[in-house]
Design a protein around this ligand. Sequence first.
Ligand code: FES
Length: 118
Amino acid sequence: MPQWTYICDAADLPPGAVLRVRIADGWYAACNRGGTFHVVDNRCPHADGSLARGRVEGNCLICPVHGWPWDLRTGLTDPSLPHMRLRFFRCEARDGRLYADVTQPILPEDVTLPGFAP
Ligand code: FES
């Protein structure tokens, strides 16, 4: 059963923005990719960088540690590295407020690109 947690007002996360949010016992990165909200594990799959300290460019969340671009549609940084992938969680906007459910990961929005293996 989902457990929705308020994370911020939608106005506080404009396109291109990233916020670090604490939900239950974990840290997450909430970001806005051109009007689409995402919540992902804050730990970069490469070497645990804090993705919430990164930035959104186009469809990607750029890690601040080594600058790798993580595609927010697929969770991948490189289709040849399918074992390294962002973990996504449900995020919904309701009445101008954003909520996340981190009880279990969800599939990324696009699972058709090369390299994706659920
Ligand atoms: S720690 Fe994120 S790209 Fe290396």
